[in-house]
Design a protein around this ligand. Structure first.
Ligand SMILES: NC(=O)c1ccc[n+]([C@@H]2O[C@H](COP(=O)([O-])OP(=O)(O)OC[C@H]3O[C@@H](n4cnc5c(N)ncnc54)[C@H](O)[C@@H]3O)[C@@H](O)[C@H]2O)c1
Length: 332
Protein backbone atom coordinates (compact mmCIF):
# COMPACT_ATOMS: atom_id res chain seq x y z
CA UNK A 1 0.00 0.00 0.00
CA UNK A 2 1.27 3.48 -0.88
CA UNK A 3 2.30 5.43 2.22
CA UNK A 4 1.00 8.99 2.16
CA UNK A 5 1.51 12.12 4.26
CA UNK A 6 -0.91 15.03 3.94
CA UNK A 7 -0.30 18.66 4.81
CA UNK A 8 -3.09 21.23 5.22
CA UNK A 9 -6.13 20.29 7.30
CA UNK A 10 -8.31 23.32 6.60
CA UNK A 11 -11.52 23.19 4.60
CA UNK A 12 -10.36 20.99 1.71
CA UNK A 13 -7.56 18.82 3.16
CA UNK A 14 -9.88 16.57 5.22
CA UNK A 15 -11.75 15.57 2.03
CA UNK A 16 -8.45 14.43 0.54
CA UNK A 17 -7.50 12.75 3.82
CA UNK A 18 -10.76 10.73 3.79
CA UNK A 19 -10.03 9.41 0.29
CA UNK A 20 -6.34 8.72 0.91
CA UNK A 21 -7.26 6.98 4.16
CA UNK A 22 -9.67 4.72 2.22
CA UNK A 23 -7.39 3.99 -0.74
CA UNK A 24 -3.84 4.15 0.68
CA UNK A 25 -1.91 4.11 3.94
CA UNK A 26 -2.39 7.61 5.41
CA UNK A 27 0.65 7.79 7.68
CA UNK A 28 1.03 11.49 8.47
CA UNK A 29 -1.18 14.54 8.90
CA UNK A 30 0.50 17.94 9.12
CA UNK A 31 -0.89 21.41 9.85
CA UNK A 32 0.64 24.51 11.38
CA UNK A 33 -2.45 24.92 13.57
CA UNK A 34 -2.59 22.71 16.72
CA UNK A 35 -6.40 23.15 16.76
CA UNK A 36 -6.72 21.68 13.26
CA UNK A 37 -4.42 18.79 14.16
CA UNK A 38 -6.41 18.05 17.27
CA UNK A 39 -9.66 18.28 15.36
CA UNK A 40 -8.67 15.44 13.00
CA UNK A 41 -6.68 13.26 15.40
CA UNK A 42 -9.69 11.15 16.34
CA UNK A 43 -11.00 10.87 12.79
CA UNK A 44 -7.70 9.44 11.49
CA UNK A 45 -6.28 7.60 14.54
CA UNK A 46 -3.69 5.64 12.55
CA UNK A 47 -2.00 8.80 11.23
CA UNK A 48 0.84 10.52 13.07
CA UNK A 49 0.30 14.27 13.63
CA UNK A 50 2.86 17.02 13.25
CA UNK A 51 3.18 20.76 12.73
CA UNK A 52 6.58 20.30 11.13
CA UNK A 53 6.56 19.46 7.42
CA UNK A 54 10.23 18.36 7.63
CA UNK A 55 9.33 15.61 10.08
CA UNK A 56 7.01 14.13 7.49
CA UNK A 57 9.60 14.46 4.70
CA UNK A 58 12.22 12.76 6.87
CA UNK A 59 10.16 9.54 7.06
CA UNK A 60 12.11 7.22 4.71
CA UNK A 61 9.08 4.94 4.32
CA UNK A 62 6.81 7.70 3.04
CA UNK A 63 6.10 7.38 -0.72
CA UNK A 64 3.96 10.42 -1.40
CA UNK A 65 3.02 13.84 -0.05
CA UNK A 66 -0.33 15.62 -0.50
CA UNK A 67 -0.27 19.42 -0.32
CA UNK A 68 -3.60 21.06 0.60
CA UNK A 69 -2.35 24.31 2.11
CA UNK A 70 -3.06 27.87 0.82
CA UNK A 71 -2.07 28.48 -2.80
CA UNK A 72 0.91 30.75 -2.03
CA UNK A 73 2.62 27.87 -0.19
CA UNK A 74 2.14 25.22 -2.92
CA UNK A 75 5.36 25.81 -4.84
CA UNK A 76 7.63 25.77 -1.81
CA UNK A 77 6.06 22.72 -0.17
CA UNK A 78 5.80 20.74 -3.42
CA UNK A 79 9.43 21.56 -4.25
CA UNK A 80 10.65 20.45 -0.84
CA UNK A 81 8.72 17.19 -1.13
CA UNK A 82 10.14 16.47 -4.61
CA UNK A 83 13.66 17.25 -3.38
CA UNK A 84 13.06 14.78 -0.55
CA UNK A 85 12.25 12.14 -3.19
CA UNK A 86 8.48 11.97 -2.59
CA UNK A 87 5.73 11.76 -5.20
CA UNK A 88 3.52 14.86 -4.92
CA UNK A 89 -0.17 15.57 -5.21
CA UNK A 90 -0.56 19.35 -4.96
CA UNK A 91 -3.83 21.24 -4.89
CA UNK A 92 -4.53 23.56 -7.79
CA UNK A 93 -2.86 25.71 -8.95
CA UNK A 94 0.55 24.13 -8.27
CA UNK A 95 2.24 27.56 -8.21
CA UNK A 96 1.43 31.23 -8.72
CA UNK A 97 4.08 31.85 -11.40
CA UNK A 98 4.68 29.99 -14.65
CA UNK A 99 8.44 29.75 -13.99
CA UNK A 100 7.79 28.09 -10.62
CA UNK A 101 5.32 25.61 -12.13
CA UNK A 102 7.86 24.77 -14.86
CA UNK A 103 10.55 24.28 -12.20
CA UNK A 104 8.34 21.75 -10.39
CA UNK A 105 7.75 19.85 -13.66
CA UNK A 106 11.52 19.73 -14.35
CA UNK A 107 12.23 18.51 -10.82
CA UNK A 108 9.61 15.76 -11.12
CA UNK A 109 10.94 14.70 -14.54
CA UNK A 110 14.58 14.65 -13.40
CA UNK A 111 13.72 12.50 -10.40
CA UNK A 112 11.05 10.41 -12.13
CA UNK A 113 8.50 11.39 -9.51
CA UNK A 114 4.77 11.88 -9.97
CA UNK A 115 3.61 15.49 -9.69
CA UNK A 116 -0.14 15.81 -10.00
CA UNK A 117 -1.90 19.17 -9.58
CA UNK A 118 -5.45 18.70 -8.27
CA UNK A 119 -7.57 19.95 -11.16
CA UNK A 120 -10.69 18.27 -9.85
CA UNK A 121 -13.03 19.12 -12.73
CA UNK A 122 -10.93 17.03 -15.12
CA UNK A 123 -12.11 13.99 -13.14
CA UNK A 124 -15.78 14.94 -13.29
CA UNK A 125 -17.48 12.17 -15.31
CA UNK A 126 -19.45 14.88 -17.20
CA UNK A 127 -16.25 16.67 -18.25
CA UNK A 128 -14.67 13.36 -19.20
CA UNK A 129 -17.66 12.58 -21.41
CA UNK A 130 -17.51 16.07 -22.95
CA UNK A 131 -13.83 15.53 -23.83
CA UNK A 132 -14.65 12.10 -25.26
CA UNK A 133 -17.39 13.59 -27.46
CA UNK A 134 -15.13 16.43 -28.69
CA UNK A 135 -12.28 13.98 -29.43
CA UNK A 136 -14.63 11.62 -31.29
CA UNK A 137 -15.29 14.42 -33.79
CA UNK A 138 -19.05 14.31 -33.12
CA UNK A 139 -19.20 18.11 -32.72
CA UNK A 140 -17.07 18.67 -35.82
CA UNK A 141 -14.37 21.34 -35.69
CA UNK A 142 -14.56 23.21 -32.36
CA UNK A 143 -15.18 26.88 -33.18
CA UNK A 144 -15.44 28.27 -29.69
CA UNK A 145 -16.22 27.42 -26.08
CA UNK A 146 -17.07 29.43 -23.01
CA UNK A 147 -17.31 28.91 -19.28
CA UNK A 148 -19.70 30.54 -16.83
CA UNK A 149 -18.65 30.39 -13.20
CA UNK A 150 -20.80 32.86 -11.32
CA UNK A 151 -22.57 33.12 -7.97
CA UNK A 152 -23.18 35.56 -5.13
CA UNK A 153 -20.13 34.81 -2.93
CA UNK A 154 -17.84 33.49 -1.67
CA UNK A 155 -16.23 36.96 -1.57
CA UNK A 156 -12.46 36.57 -1.24
CA UNK A 157 -9.80 39.03 -0.17
CA UNK A 158 -6.66 37.02 -0.88
CA UNK A 159 -7.35 35.85 -4.47
CA UNK A 160 -9.24 37.49 -7.33
CA UNK A 161 -12.00 35.81 -9.36
CA UNK A 162 -9.49 34.92 -12.10
CA UNK A 163 -7.28 32.79 -9.85
CA UNK A 164 -9.99 31.54 -7.51
CA UNK A 165 -12.70 30.64 -10.06
CA UNK A 166 -10.85 30.75 -13.40
CA UNK A 167 -8.43 27.99 -12.51
CA UNK A 168 -11.29 25.45 -12.79
CA UNK A 169 -12.72 26.52 -16.15
CA UNK A 170 -9.30 27.18 -17.62
CA UNK A 171 -8.17 23.64 -16.83
CA UNK A 172 -11.25 22.33 -18.68
CA UNK A 173 -10.88 24.70 -21.66
CA UNK A 174 -7.19 23.76 -22.15
CA UNK A 175 -8.02 20.06 -21.73
CA UNK A 176 -10.86 20.16 -24.27
CA UNK A 177 -8.84 22.13 -26.85
CA UNK A 178 -5.62 20.21 -26.09
CA UNK A 179 -3.41 23.22 -26.80
CA UNK A 180 -1.99 26.38 -25.24
CA UNK A 181 -3.56 29.73 -26.27
CA UNK A 182 -1.59 32.01 -28.56
CA UNK A 183 -3.35 35.14 -27.35
CA UNK A 184 -5.10 36.04 -24.08
CA UNK A 185 -6.94 39.11 -22.84
CA UNK A 186 -8.67 39.80 -19.53
CA UNK A 187 -10.66 42.66 -18.07
CA UNK A 188 -12.13 42.93 -14.59
CA UNK A 189 -13.22 45.24 -11.80
CA UNK A 190 -12.62 45.32 -8.04
CA UNK A 191 -15.95 46.54 -6.70
CA UNK A 192 -15.61 45.32 -3.10
CA UNK A 193 -11.98 44.95 -2.04
CA UNK A 194 -9.41 47.23 -3.69
CA UNK A 195 -7.08 45.30 -6.00
CA UNK A 196 -9.11 42.07 -5.84
CA UNK A 197 -11.21 41.71 -8.99
CA UNK A 198 -14.68 40.33 -8.21
CA UNK A 199 -15.74 40.12 -11.86
CA UNK A 200 -13.41 39.04 -14.67
CA UNK A 201 -14.06 38.48 -18.38
CA UNK A 202 -11.42 36.57 -20.32
CA UNK A 203 -10.77 35.96 -24.01
CA UNK A 204 -8.38 33.32 -25.31
CA UNK A 205 -7.41 32.48 -28.88
CA UNK A 206 -5.80 29.18 -29.89
CA UNK A 207 -3.49 28.39 -32.82
CA UNK A 208 -6.32 26.36 -34.45
CA UNK A 209 -8.40 29.57 -34.64
CA UNK A 210 -10.76 28.37 -31.89
CA UNK A 211 -11.57 30.97 -29.25
CA UNK A 212 -12.69 30.75 -25.61
CA UNK A 213 -14.30 33.04 -23.10
CA UNK A 214 -14.71 32.88 -19.32
CA UNK A 215 -17.18 34.88 -17.24
CA UNK A 216 -15.97 34.68 -13.64
CA UNK A 217 -17.75 36.44 -10.81
CA UNK A 218 -18.83 36.21 -7.20
CA UNK A 219 -21.16 39.19 -7.69
CA UNK A 220 -23.93 37.62 -9.68
CA UNK A 221 -27.59 36.65 -9.16
CA UNK A 222 -27.12 33.30 -10.96
CA UNK A 223 -25.26 30.31 -9.66
CA UNK A 224 -23.72 28.97 -12.84
CA UNK A 225 -21.17 26.21 -13.38
CA UNK A 226 -21.42 25.74 -17.11
CA UNK A 227 -19.22 25.05 -20.13
CA UNK A 228 -20.60 25.41 -23.66
CA UNK A 229 -18.76 24.02 -26.68
CA UNK A 230 -19.83 25.10 -30.16
CA UNK A 231 -18.70 22.87 -32.99
CA UNK A 232 -19.32 23.14 -36.72
CA UNK A 233 -21.64 20.10 -36.64
CA UNK A 234 -23.11 20.01 -33.12
CA UNK A 235 -23.03 21.86 -29.81
CA UNK A 236 -22.60 20.54 -26.27
CA UNK A 237 -23.24 21.96 -22.81
CA UNK A 238 -21.85 20.66 -19.52
CA UNK A 239 -23.94 22.06 -16.66
CA UNK A 240 -22.83 21.05 -13.19
CA UNK A 241 -25.90 22.68 -11.61
CA UNK A 242 -28.16 20.14 -13.33
CA UNK A 243 -28.90 17.11 -11.20
CA UNK A 244 -29.54 14.63 -13.99
CA UNK A 245 -28.83 16.29 -17.34
CA UNK A 246 -25.21 17.21 -16.69
CA UNK A 247 -24.31 17.00 -20.37
CA UNK A 248 -26.50 17.86 -23.35
CA UNK A 249 -25.61 17.53 -27.01
CA UNK A 250 -27.62 19.66 -29.42
CA UNK A 251 -28.10 18.67 -33.03
CA UNK A 252 -27.83 22.31 -34.05
CA UNK A 253 -25.52 23.82 -36.63
CA UNK A 254 -25.31 26.20 -39.54
CA UNK A 255 -25.28 24.63 -43.01
CA UNK A 256 -25.12 25.61 -46.67
CA UNK A 257 -27.36 23.21 -48.59
CA UNK A 258 -26.72 23.08 -52.34
CA UNK A 259 -30.22 24.40 -53.13
CA UNK A 260 -29.59 27.66 -51.20
CA UNK A 261 -26.61 28.54 -53.42
CA UNK A 262 -24.15 29.46 -50.65
CA UNK A 263 -26.68 31.00 -48.27
CA UNK A 264 -26.35 29.90 -44.63
CA UNK A 265 -29.26 28.11 -42.99
CA UNK A 266 -29.57 26.65 -39.52
CA UNK A 267 -30.25 22.99 -38.85
CA UNK A 268 -31.92 21.88 -35.61
CA UNK A 269 -32.53 18.28 -34.63
CA UNK A 270 -32.51 16.01 -31.61
CA UNK A 271 -31.29 16.99 -28.19
CA UNK A 272 -29.41 14.16 -26.56
CA UNK A 273 -28.28 13.71 -22.96
CA UNK A 274 -25.83 10.84 -22.36
CA UNK A 275 -25.84 9.05 -19.03
CA UNK A 276 -23.14 10.36 -16.72
CA UNK A 277 -21.94 8.05 -13.91
CA UNK A 278 -22.37 9.40 -10.40
CA UNK A 279 -18.73 8.72 -9.34
CA UNK A 280 -17.14 11.17 -6.92
CA UNK A 281 -14.56 13.23 -8.89
CA UNK A 282 -12.26 13.51 -5.86
CA UNK A 283 -12.15 9.75 -5.47
CA UNK A 284 -11.30 9.34 -9.18
CA UNK A 285 -8.57 11.99 -8.81
CA UNK A 286 -7.01 10.24 -5.80
CA UNK A 287 -7.23 6.86 -7.58
CA UNK A 288 -5.50 8.38 -10.62
CA UNK A 289 -2.67 9.76 -8.48
CA UNK A 290 -2.14 6.42 -6.74
CA UNK A 291 -2.15 4.55 -10.05
CA UNK A 292 0.51 6.94 -11.41
CA UNK A 293 2.65 6.30 -8.32
CA UNK A 294 2.23 2.57 -8.94
CA UNK A 295 3.64 3.07 -12.43
CA UNK A 296 0.57 3.24 -14.68
CA UNK A 297 0.18 5.90 -17.39
CA UNK A 298 2.18 9.03 -18.17
CA UNK A 299 3.39 10.40 -14.84
CA UNK A 300 4.22 13.87 -16.18
CA UNK A 301 1.15 14.61 -18.32
CA UNK A 302 -0.86 16.10 -15.44
CA UNK A 303 2.12 18.11 -14.21
CA UNK A 304 2.70 19.65 -17.65
CA UNK A 305 -1.01 20.44 -18.04
CA UNK A 306 -0.98 22.08 -14.59
CA UNK A 307 2.00 24.23 -15.57
CA UNK A 308 0.14 25.35 -18.72
CA UNK A 309 -2.79 26.41 -16.55
CA UNK A 310 -0.45 28.49 -14.35
CA UNK A 311 1.31 30.09 -17.36
CA UNK A 312 -2.06 31.00 -18.88
CA UNK A 313 -3.39 32.39 -15.59
CA UNK A 314 -0.23 34.46 -15.30
CA UNK A 315 -0.66 35.82 -18.84
CA UNK A 316 -4.33 36.62 -18.14
CA UNK A 317 -3.35 38.37 -14.90
CA UNK A 318 -0.78 40.50 -16.79
CA UNK A 319 -3.46 41.47 -19.29
CA UNK A 320 -5.89 42.31 -16.47
CA UNK A 321 -3.37 44.64 -14.82
CA UNK A 322 -2.39 46.22 -18.15
CA UNK A 323 -6.02 46.93 -19.07
CA UNK A 324 -6.70 48.44 -15.63
CA UNK A 325 -3.67 50.73 -15.94
CA UNK A 326 -4.67 51.75 -19.45
CA UNK A 327 -8.14 52.77 -18.25
CA UNK A 328 -6.98 54.61 -15.13
CA UNK A 329 -3.49 55.96 -15.95
CA UNK A 330 -3.67 58.63 -13.24
CA UNK A 331 -4.32 56.07 -10.53
CA UNK A 332 -1.76 53.49 -11.69
N1 LIG B 1 -10.17 21.11 -5.81
C1 LIG B 1 -11.10 21.82 -5.21
O1 LIG B 1 -12.26 21.82 -5.60
C2 LIG B 1 -10.71 22.66 -4.03
C3 LIG B 1 -11.69 23.19 -3.19
C4 LIG B 1 -11.29 23.98 -2.11
C5 LIG B 1 -9.95 24.23 -1.91
N2 LIG B 1 -9.04 23.71 -2.75
C6 LIG B 1 -7.59 23.97 -2.57
O2 LIG B 1 -7.16 23.41 -1.35
C7 LIG B 1 -6.15 24.22 -0.78
C8 LIG B 1 -6.52 24.56 0.64
O3 LIG B 1 -7.71 25.32 0.64
P1 LIG B 1 -8.61 25.42 1.93
O4 LIG B 1 -9.86 26.12 1.49
O5 LIG B 1 -8.69 24.12 2.62
O6 LIG B 1 -7.74 26.44 2.81
P2 LIG B 1 -7.81 26.66 4.39
O7 LIG B 1 -7.25 28.02 4.63
O8 LIG B 1 -9.16 26.32 4.90
O9 LIG B 1 -6.80 25.57 4.98
C9 LIG B 1 -5.43 25.61 4.83
C10 LIG B 1 -4.78 24.88 6.02
O10 LIG B 1 -3.39 24.80 5.77
C11 LIG B 1 -2.69 25.09 6.99
N3 LIG B 1 -1.37 25.60 6.61
C12 LIG B 1 -1.05 26.82 6.08
N4 LIG B 1 0.27 26.87 5.80
C13 LIG B 1 0.79 25.66 6.15
C14 LIG B 1 2.10 25.12 6.09
N5 LIG B 1 3.12 25.81 5.60
N6 LIG B 1 2.27 23.85 6.55
C15 LIG B 1 1.23 23.14 7.05
N7 LIG B 1 -0.04 23.62 7.13
C16 LIG B 1 -0.25 24.85 6.68
C17 LIG B 1 -3.57 26.08 7.71
O11 LIG B 1 -3.31 26.04 9.10
C18 LIG B 1 -4.98 25.57 7.36
O12 LIG B 1 -5.45 24.63 8.31
C19 LIG B 1 -6.02 25.44 -1.67
O13 LIG B 1 -4.96 25.23 -2.54
C20 LIG B 1 -7.29 25.46 -2.46
O14 LIG B 1 -7.10 26.02 -3.76
C21 LIG B 1 -9.38 22.91 -3.78
Amino acid sequence: MIRVGLTGLGYWGPNLARNFDDLADLRWLCDLSPEQRERYARRFPAARLTGDFDELLADPELDAVVVATPVVTHFELAKRALLAGKHVFVEKPPAVAGAEADELVSLAEERDLVLLPGHLLLYHPGVRKLKEIVDSGALGEVLYLYGNRQNLGQIRKDENALWSLGVHDLSVILHVIGDEPSHVWARGESFLNPGVEDVVFCYLRFPSGAIAHMHLSWLDPHKMRKMTVVGRERMAVFDDMELERKLTVYEKAPEQPAETYGEWRTRTGDIHSPKIPNDEPLRLEVQHFLSLVEGAGDRFEGARAGATVVRTLEALQESLVKEEKALAPGEA
